[in-house]
Design a protein around this ligand. Structure first.
Ligand code: FES
Ligand SMILES: [Fe+2]
Length: 332
């Protein structure tokens, strides 16, 4: 199994009537909505001749295989074989595995575990509250998910990697911070010097630039939460669900909330800013050595690395406690 966890594999708005294909730790999964709009996740290989169900179409409450039209309901049972006469029974073995699926925070979550009672989703209390505007998207990295998560916990790289967006080349020092342990995660927070507001933001922010209060969190095994308080009352919360595609690819399905510019007119600008930061991180993260981060003792770390190191230790403990890392999950 893939460990007792949920993965947000798609944004809700991208899942319409067309089935969608997602890959989690090498497992090919088809997502589709039934006639009532409820999302379902099934193994994507049709048990007949292993065609890819995500290439098919939704019919009523089922997804229909593109090869011979077999139809599968949200529970994974085949309900119709068009080549058979209508009175012939569907073989019992004609079924695919179905995964518990919920929609929360504008994301489609699937649970890849065996517990009757899946563990709770990480908290995202601002989502859906009045005063917050949400946008979402996705980004694919050619890197192991744990490296992507560590990068999202790295307070010290801004002045170098993000010098042209928010980083301050002239203020690289990172003040001391505590790591707070959370149930299944960790958090660090501190003030970072603000950069000169660019573009649209520059029109609304003038004069003194108070520091930005940055709170970085991780949730096991692969979620980053970034909370930016800009000093003028503006706040941005970014929730990155880093889905392990395989041992060297990660798909980040993200939601970003802002409590300013509440209209749709500013969505494009907000999206551009999120994607610009990912694109700045990409060459560095992808050029780190392949695979997961090594044991802490193999690298040199300093004070500002405490939070990413905490994640690394927690992930090692998580693996030692019997969780199979997603990238090494056996097939079923
Ligand atoms: S392979 Fe899917 S119906 Fe034949
Ligand atoms: Fe970054």
């Amino acid at each position: 199994m893939l460990g007792e966890c949920h993965y947000a594999v798609e944004t809700s708005d991208l899942l319409g009537r067309e089935p969608r294909r997602v890959v989690v730790a090498g497992h090919e999964i088809v997502l589709f909505r039934d006639a009532g709009g409820q999302a379902h996740a099934l193994d994507a290989r049709c048990p007949h001749r292993f065609a890819d169900l995500s290439g098919g179409e939704t019919r009523g409450d089922c997804v229909a295989c593109p090869y011979h039209g077999w139809e599968f309901d949200g529970g994974g049972a085949c309900t119709r074989i068009p080549a058979n006469p209508p009175d012939q029974r569907v073989p019992k073995k004609a079924r695919v595995r179905s995964w518990p699926t919920v929609e929360r925070y504008g994301l489609v979550w699937i649970y890849l575990g065996v517990r009757e009672d899946p563990p709770p989703l990480p908290p995202f209390p601002e989502f859906g509250q009045p005063g917050w505007r949400a946008i979402s998207g996705e980004f694919t990295w050619k890197a192991h998910y744990a490296r992507v998560v560590e990068n999202g916990l790295d307070f010290a790289h801004g002045p170098f990697v993000h010098a042209t967006s928010f980083g301050r080349k002239d203020r690289p020092e990172v003040g001391p911070y505590e790591v707070e342990e959370l149930e299944g995660g960790g958090r660090g927070e501190l003030d970072l010097p603000a950069s000169r507001p660019r573009g649209l933001w520059g029109l609304f922010q003038r004069g003194e630039r108070p520091p930005v209060h940055v709170t970085l969190e991780f949730w096991m095994p692969s979620i980053n939460r970034i909370d930016l308080r800009l000093g003028n009352g503006w706040r941005i919360v970014i929730f990155d669900c880093n889905v392990p595609v395989d041992g060297s690819h990660t798909r980040t399905v993200w939601v970003s909330l802002r409590n300013f510019f509440p209209g749709a007119w500013a969505d494009g600008n907000a999206r551009k800013r999120v994607m610009e930061v990912f694109r700045e991180d990409r060459p560095i993260v992808e050029a780190q050595a392949a695979g997961p981060p090594p044991p802490a003792a193999e690298q040199v770390s300093v004070r500002s690395d405490r939070l990413p190191l905490h994640y690394r230790e927690m992930r090692e403990a998580w693996l030692a406690s019997g969780h199979v890392p997603p990238e090494r999950a056996p097939g079923r």
